[in-house]
Structures are given as C-alpha cells and as structure tokens.
Design a binder for this molecule. Sequence first.
Ligand code: AMP
Length: 450
Amino acid sequence: MSFKELKLKRDIQSAVGKAGYSEPTPIQEKAIPEIIAGRDLIACAQTGTGKTAAFALPILNRLEEIRPKKIRALVLTPTRELAIQIFDSFRKYGRYLKLRTVCVYGGAKPGAQIAALERGCDILVATPGRLQDFMNSGYIRISEVEIFVLDEADRMLDMGFIGDVRKIASHLPGERQTVMFSATMPPKIEELAGELLTDPAIVKVAQTTDPADTVNQSLVFTEKVDKKHLLGDLLKKEEVKKSIVFTRTKHGADRLVRDLGKEGVAAIAIHGDKTQGQRQNALERFRSGGVKVLVATDVASRGIDIPKITHVFNYDLPMESESYIHRIGRAGRAGESGEAVTLCCEEELELLRDIEKMMKKEIPEIETSYSVPLERKAARAARRKSGADRRHSAGRGYGSSGAAGGRNSRPGISGRRRSGRDGSPDRRPGSGTSRYGKSQYQSHSGTVSV
Ligand code: AMP
C-alpha cells in the first residue's frame, strides 16, 4: 500500500516523501483510514512501529486551515521527550501546511510556551501536568477540541497519570473523536477506554510480547563484577556505531558512565535527575554522533527516538519483563536492523526467566571471554520459581527442565553445540531449527562476539 492510497492530501504526501518514507508501516495502514473516517480508535502498537505518524498524518489531513486561538487537536503524552518528538513529527509532516503546532511540557520555563500559545495553536501536544497548570491559569482551553489523542495510555497508568487524564478529559467536549494508543491493554486501560471512547475501531500490530523482529537478541551470562569490562569490550567493536545501554537506577547510570570512561569508552547518561536542558543536550550530542554511547534508565528512555541505533545493551535486566521489549525496540527501528545484547549475572536469572517466559522464546546465548556457565543455576532458579506447574507440564515448554536444557543447547559463538545437562542433546521442540536456530545465531553472534 502507498501513502497515496491512504488518501492523504498531496502536501502531506510530499512531506512524507521528504521524510524518506516510501510506504506506510502496518500500524499506519490500519489506523490512518479509521482516523480519516472520523472513528474513535484504539491502536495497540509499541513504540518504533511508526505510531506517531499513524495519528499525526490523519490529524494534519483533517485540520487543513488555520483558525488561530482555537485548539482543535490535543495529543496527550506521558513524557516531555515524547512530547517534543511528537511536536517535531507534526512539524515535519505538516511542513507544507499552514497549521500551527504548540508543545507544552513540564521542566521548562513556561514563558516561551505561553508566547507560542498566544501566537495561535491548532494542534497542542502536551504532558498532563503542564497542560493542567495552563488550563487552570487560563492559557489553554480545550473545550473546542475535535480530535483527542491519548498516547502511550499504559505508560500514563504506570506513571500515575490516570487521574489527571480523566480530569483533563472531563474538560473536552462530548462530541469529539478520540484515539488511544497503548502498547498493552491492562484492565485499567480497558476501563478508561470504555469511558473515553465511543464504539471504537480496534487495530493491532505485533503483540507487545513480540519483540520487533528486526532486532537480533543475544545473551551473555557473566559475573556481576565483570559486566563493566565486558561492556567496554563490546562497545569498542567497530560495528557498534550508536548504542543505548540500559541500567536499572539513575545512580547506576552515572556510575556506569564513569566506569566506561575508565575502560576508554566515552558515554553520557540521561535519567530523571538530570535537568531538561541536560537531557536535551545529551540527546543532541548522541543524535549528532558527538558521543556514541547513551546510558539510560527505563523511564528516561521512554520516547527516545533516534534512528540508526545499532545496538541496545541491557547492562541490568529490567524488573518488569515488558520493559525488555521497550528497551530492545530502540534498536532496529522502522525497518532497520539492530542488535540487543543482554548481560545477565546470577542474581538476575529469575528476571531473565520471566522475560523469556513472556516472549515464549529463549534469548540465544553467546560466549565471550567474560562468560560464565550459569546454566545449572538457571535450572535451579527455574525449578524454584515454577514449582507446581512444572509437574503438569514436564518436558514441555519453558519452566520444565527445558529451561536448563534449552540454555545448555545454545551453541556458543563458534556455533559449537553443547550437550544438555545430563549429557544428552536437547530435544526441545524447535531447538536448533527455530528462530534461535544454529544458522541464525551463528551469523548474528558474529557481530557481537568478543
Ligand atoms: P514511532 O513509532 O512513531 O516512534 O516511529 C519510529 C520511527 O519510524 C521514527 O523514526 C519515524 O520517523 C519512523 N517512521 C515512521 N513512519 C515511517 C514510514 N512509513 N517509513 C519509514 N520510517 C517511518
């Protein structure tokens, strides 16, 4: 399908062409016709699927004329980084239109945002806190909004913004189009959707438990104390052109930047304790290639959209399995391929197990000079955790002895096949020939080996 077939106005098609997009992504194909038709919509799509354009293009298509001082579209999004990116997207796709987009978010002085609002605003991109401040002080009225987009609804919930979303929505006119984007649909989000949307169309692309298939995943079992040295080695590899390293804590991010410095690798950190200016500055240096390693926490990384990230490294495993999907989705965006390498130490085995269980897939292991054999411990962790259900599903799937057998069966970097724990070859269905099959990770492990 082409953008022309989506019946977008010529000026928008030209802007999309200038952005370098040759065809719509699946979420764009599905969502754009529904939004153009004026229907309410729930779209389940993870970041990196082209979801911003999926709502920005049809909104621009609909609001073609300027009507100053009247906000006709409101996009509510949880973080300032996301807000800025959405704003940039509207500007990019609307470059040949005479529509005005304004972005308001916290952590920045209000003056410039107020001045921008006073110049007129057709499309407002906002985070909940600053939007409410401006509504309370009379700078913003949303009572004539025609299209309301609630972006990353599940993240709004995680960040404790659901009450704010309800309050904001109560100021919107009843007669409006509402579009909700959410990577996942937990019950609280379904409930919210029931309140805010009327007879919505539902479109879905890739389950959130399905990592972007353009990302090659791999895993190294290593000692905690060796992680920084291993990461230093990995980051020095020529093919690692631009990478994000995830840590669990802000403190950990800062410490890792220092440790990497000692390893001879320049990196910058972005996390919630940095000021907005520092975060923007770090992102800009990273974007422009001034520094090629960005160390980030999960919250800070939300909404970072930097094309051409070649590698994501999980220095710490995330506490929530779903964050793993979001993290690795930073690489291999919009059709580009990328690598995601996870460094797992003994105390993280259960977190790893949860992630693999969620994906219903194992992450293939690669061997490095810092690798340690954690398989037996992994098996023990699996046994401890799955307990009862192991008895019911013995021999089938993850959680059975397959947890150990599967890992043991992973070929190492050389493609060498190790036998199972009991010395017998692994016979789990699909092993060796699945997505994690030998040929596949021979080729991809070659790009990250040490
Ligand atoms: P998003 O999911 O909105 O964060 O978008 C992820 C990335 O995909 C952004 O860098 C967009 O510029 C890019 N993108 C969006 N739509 C397309 C498309 N149709 N073709 C290629 N890249 C796209």
